[in-house]
Design a binder for this molecule. Structure first.
Ligand code: ACO
Length: 402
């Protein structure tokens, strides 16, 4: 008569798996990765096809609702998203309240958490309508939050969203436009950024997504769960790698472009030194997203007429690493972060905003994974076990006697 939870507890077995290298935390129908073959699919669709043909908003729909939308479904989804882009006027005080030089990921995480103070009418994780409007609000408002954080950091006035523009165009205008001049959007450039958002949109149970699920498993609301995910993404071993890659490329360039010496130091495992943007827990092959980004990088630099020596450094690094036994034996290949920074830099984003762009892209994946978990009746609160290695029982000793 016992349920599965009680039966599992009865076995008394505990597995120790640091970093969850071999432990699945859930069953999921959203994203498929074959790390050996370098395959990534959202809801069955190859990432390369989505990157080429789809739009970020369509991919949001696909991830969250499970199917590509009909024209009508896409139209009504976009109508909702484009209606919720504004932030409450009182919300603006957050941006001016933080130090000007605050890291934008800290601002983003705080602002997303703060959404639950403004939308108390939609915090019930089990009410489908409330979850739906919270999802829409997040997708609509994250670009506005990201752009406002940037504008505040450089002391420029905030621009209201222009809902006649597409998702990525609107974000670019709020970020780089100024109120006194019309902002010219190059559709090709907007398309590349939109495509980068698609490439980042989900990646199954990575650190930030697992965080979103773990927080959500306590039945915390969607905003709180996503805010935790933003914080998890910030770290340099995860989304923060795109900032770290650009800093690494810049350091190599500034020190005289000596790629071989840098790689030698990495191989010698100098403390704190890694080839950032290389390696992945799941991919033992070229990250399929990195292939697409690499192709786009050259296109963007050519289009903008802004050649960047850091791209040459990156390409030489890749060449050296891929023919070096250390990297070959360990199956370390470029991941999605290796080339994105060069594009973001060319578009005019400051280095510390790169991980924010990752967060904008990853948002629909976090939402879809959280919703999948919440609607699964077998979901239990996430509560890993441990293997205790501390002292055995001992008696308290008064301070004077220690
Ligand atoms: N540079 C140098 N050596 C590396 C690198 C690297 N980037 N990545 C892994 N290695 C080495 C490790 O030192 C280890 O060597 P060892 O067998 O001699 O001990 C071996 O390769 C295996 O690496 P692990 O750290 O065990 O692999 P893990 O799966 O735990 O880590 C991670 C994966 C975090 C991505 C790691 O490869 C890394 O730190 N890469 C650099 C940071 C990065 O680019 N992160 C972005 C990941 S993608 C994303 O989140 C979008």
């Amino acid at each position: 008569g016992l349920g599965i939870g009680s039966l599992l507890k009865e076995t008394g077995y505990v597995t120790l798996d640091p970093g969850f290298v071999n432990t699945a935390s859930c069953a999921s129908a959203i994203t498929y990765i074959d790390g050996d073959a370098g395959i990534l699919r959202y809801r069955g669709y190859p990432i390369e096809e989505l990157a080429e043909h789809s739009s970020f908003i369509e991919v949001c729909y696909l991830l969250i609702y499970g199917e590509l939308p009909t024209a009508e479904q896409l139209g009504s989804f976009w109508e909702k998203v484009s209606q919720h882009t504004m932030l409450h006027e009182d919300f603006k005080s957050f941006f001016s309240g933080f130090p000007r030089d605050a890291h934008p990921m800290a601002v983003l995480a705080s602002a997303v958490g703060a959404l639950s103070t403004f939308y108390q009418d939609s915090l019930d994780p089990f009410d489908p309508e409330q979850v739906d409007i919270s999802s829409i609000r997040l997708i609509s408002k994250l670009p506005t939050i990201a752009a406002y954080a940037y504008k505040t950091s450089i002391g420029q006035p905030l621009l209201y969203p222009d809902n006649s523009l597409g998702y990525t165009e609107n974000f670019l205008r709020m970020t780089f436009g100024v109120p006194t001049q019309p902002y010219e959007i190059d559709p090709e450039i907007a398309r590349v950024l939109d495509m980068l958002f698609i490439l980042h949109a989900d990646h199954e149970q990575n650190c930030s997504t697992s965080t979103v699920r773990l927080v959500g498993s306590s039945q915390a609301n969607l905003f709180s769960s996503i805010s935790a995910g933003v914080n998890a993404l910030w770290g340099p071993l995860h989304g923060g790698a795109n900032q770290a890659v650009l800093e690494m490329l810049q350091n190599i360039h500034d020190s005289g472009d000596d790629v071989d010496t840098f790689v030698r130091r990495v191989k010698a495992k100098e403390p704190g030194l890694k080839l950032m943007g290389f390696g992945h827990r799941v991919y033992r092959n070229y990250d399929p997203r990195a292939t697409v980004v690499k192709q786009a990088t050259r296109k963007v630099l050519d289009r903008l007429g802004r050649p960047d020596p850091l791209l040459d450094v990156a390409m030489r690094l890749e060449e050296v690493a891929l023919s070096d036994d250390y990297f070959v034996e360990r199956k370390l290949y470029p991941n999605v972060d290796f080339y994105t920074g060069v594009i973001y830099k060319a578009l005019g984003f400051p280095t510390n905003a790169f991980t924010v762009l990752f967060a904008l892209g990853r948002l629909p994946g976090w939402i879809a994974q959280w919703r999948e978990m919440m609607s699964d009746s077998t979901t239990k609160i996430g509560r890993p076990r441990q293997v205790y290695v501390g002292p055995p029982e001992r008696s308290y000793v008064e301070v004077a006697e220690r």
